[in-house]
Design a protein around this ligand. Sequence first.
Ligand SMILES: Cc1ncc(COP(=O)(O)O)c(C=O)c1O
Length: 417
Amino acid sequence: MYWKKLNHNEINNRVQEAISQNINYRETPLLGIPGSFLDEEEFYPEAPFLEDSPFLATFINNPNHIGCHTLTKDKSEPFFRGTQQLEIEVIKLCGEQILGGNEDDQDGYIAPGGTEANIQAIWLYRNYFQQEFDAKIEEIALVYSEDSHYSMPKASNLLNVQSIVVDVDNDTRLIQLNDLDRKISTAKEKGVKYFIIIQNMATTMFGSVDDIDAMTDYLTQTNTNFKLHVDGAFGGFIYPFVSENNAMTFKNPHVTSFTIDGHKMLQTPYGTGIFVVRKGYMKYGLTDEAKYVSGKDYTICGSRSGANAVTIWMTLMAHGSMGWTVKMQNLLDRTEVVCGKLDKLGVSYFRHPDINIIAIKSDCISRELAQRYHLIPNTSDEQPQWWKIIIMQHVKKGMLDKFLLELESERTLHLKK
Ligand SMILES: Cc1ncc(COP(=O)(O)O)c(C=O)c1O
């Protein structure tokens, strides 16, 4: 993995050049489109700082990136060609550098978030099975672990595809293969022939990473017809940078698509989910009736701000691959220190070694302390079993030290009782 770091001027020049290739709502006779420049009372274009602020300048330029530009390229809406090109570069970089795909072998787009990117994948595969195998809806099932994000049941509901939720081991958080076998075999007996499999590149609550080889070995040994999507909404910008034996890449022939979110680990603004898929699959999301859109639409959301793609491009360029790797390693180091302290205190927790999430067992910490430091419980409506800490950039060492001191004193008191 390698891409070069750019300095602020290089980033600014490239973005301003892209903006200059977009239409300017003020100068072009644009009589037919349902968009305009932003309301001038709040967003005045002559603000002097815009020249040196590529994100704000793009935001004010107000490009609509509707469609899928890696796929339709020159046929996409001509008005926003400049910034669409930056989106194409983001998908290329994510698909090839971060996710290990072959050159020019991936499509994708900047989705509003991880939820949509996951649903997009499931939507494409449902349609793939229906169009290529004439599958009936009751012959298709969506398979995911109980630790998966709630976008999976949401997708199941929206797309009318039944869910198979597989148990995980309480300590390792790994999918229980006997439960998988039992549930898939029962589904097959009931007539299910096509499976959409989700594998997590870090679950929301635990940061656990599914054992994709165990899953695909099982599926191939049982002659199961499947398509596999990796939900890397949380882990996408950390795990591929720090893991030494990452099987969740496009080099793995069983993987067809990924969700990786900018607005989690990459610290880009909300609205920066990323969907990346092998070429040949976006066509299953074509809405042919989108006739007024040049290049038509292949996404769930339709209109979306081009400024989001630009922020991802800028952030990736500002660090380069080496800078980003160091930044993620530093977060892991900080996580490691906390785990070492928890070990000394005899606190039980789950943590994957390549992920910056620590889930503490609820009998090792009081609710008061957990809530004072805003740890997140695994459930908000009953007695939680786990409280999680995510070591993000804002979670500084001093803050962690204070938390650990308080945890130590409450545990000492507890032991004395
Ligand atoms: C693993 C995982 N997938 C999907 C999502 C959904 O992302 P979003 O909230 O951006 O839709 C999340 C959010 O936390 C997540 O952790």
